[in-house]
Ligand binder design. Structure first.
Ligand code: SER
Length: 357
């Protein structure tokens, strides 16, 4: 009999490491209700995971390797997929073809795999997809100011390859869960696609690479290491952010929400909205000697200028009880600053307990 597993792609990335920490903790804890969700984790990434908790089986390889995916489905019964692997927005602008390959073709291959597994199992595979504020594209700053909290269906005009990839993959996920081969075959079982649109994520334990919201976490990590930092966007630019434990919580809570409670396949989620200048002020409260300048990079600036200043996540709050544990004060005071201090003072390696809530 094949072992039942949760497949996590992009497992060695920022969100992947934090998600694995949290899920593998649940495997070993005795909390009531956790048992229903306990299963092995299959962690797929091009890169090795820095730390490998219990119940996690690592597979090093590419989501584009169809031979590898075939081998995985022959060895495991995949019940659930967190598909995190992607090239982020700045990196995708430098390598748009590679981004399209990984972000779109990679997702398409996994949707096929999930649809096939759903048919074999006779039960839908849950497919959890992190989308992004990058799916929004506001045409100018005047419109951005006039649309302070954007709803899911508003301004879906992305200007980056990454944003286009994410928006299209949301639609592909919906297509696979509702229409895929419906005309050709009588298919009672389809996959169960659910997505959250994340704001800029901030972790105390990892620094993202290749994103355009990275100036927030980079500023903070530089300050904690007593390094000067040149912020690549203007001081007044405002976007929403979220602490990493809340991002992990959003993915897991959405995955576990009862199907009938969900009124949409794709949900906005957010925590706090800050201008780059306000982000710097929070950093300075805890690291008063930090040297932070603003040296905008025109291209990256143009990208964040098209992203909303804030998201309306009221539908996620209503449907599946979403609420962040960390507002801005708590994020800095109780999660980011103490963990970052500890990390750099001790010279600690690895992802650390990114899931403490
Ligand atoms: N953090 C992502 C990026 O900057 C946006 O969701 O690309």
């Amino acid at each position: 009999m094949r072992a039942k597993v949760t497949l996590i792609t992009g497992a060695a990335g920022e969100v992947g490491q934090a998600l694995i920490q949290r899920l593998s903790t649940e495997f070993t804890c005795e909390s009531p209700g956790a048992a229903a969700f306990q299963r092995q984790i299959l962690a797929l990434d091009l890169n090795p995971l820095p730390a490998l908790p219990k119940n996690v089986h690592q597979v090093q390889g590419s989501i584009l390797d169809t031979g590898l995916l075939d081998r995985l489905v022959s060895e495991y019964e995949i019940e659930e997929i967190y598909h995190l692997a992607a090239l982020l927005s700045t990196r995708a602008e430098f390598s748009p073809d590679a981004a399209h390959k990984v972000n779109v073709e990679g997702t398409l291959g996994l949707l096929h795999l999930a649809a096939q597994q759903s048919e074999w199992r006779g039960a839908p595979v849950r497919f959890i997809f992190p989308s992004s504020i990058a799916v929004f594209g506001l045409p100018d700053l005047k419109t951005k100011t006039a649309a302070p909290r954007v709803r899911e269906w508003e301004w879906n005009y992305p200007t980056t390859m990454y944003g286009c990839n994410k928006l299209y993959c949301e639609l592909l996920g919906i297509y696979f869960s509702r229409h895929y081969r419906q005309l050709a075959v009588d298919r009672p079982t389809s996959l169960d696609f659910r997505a959250v649109r994340f704001p800029g994520l901030v972790s105390a334990f990892t620094v993202p690479s290749g994103g355009t919201s990275d100036y927030g976490p980079e500023m903070l990590h530089a300050a904690a290491q007593h390094k000067p930092y040149a912020c690549f966007v203007r001081e007044d630019v405002r976007i929403p952010f979220m602490a990493m434990p809340d991002a992990v919580k959003a993915l897991i809570d959405l995955a576990r929400a009862p199907r009938e409670a969900l009124s949409r396949p794709v949900y906005n989620v957010t925590s706090f909205s800050l201008s780059a200048g306000e982000f710097r002020d929070h950093v300075l409260r805890y690291f008063p000697d930090a040297q932070i300048d603003f040296v905008p990079d025109l291209k990256r600036q143009q990208i964040v200028d098209t992203w909303p200043a804030d998201l309306d996540d009221s539908t996620a709050r209503r449907d599946w009880g979403w609420h962040p544990d960390y507002d801005v004060e708590r994020a800095f005071a109780e999660y980011l600053v103490p963990s970052i201090r500890q990390r750099y003072e001790k010279g600690a390696r690895g992802p650390g307990p990114d899931t403490c809530a």
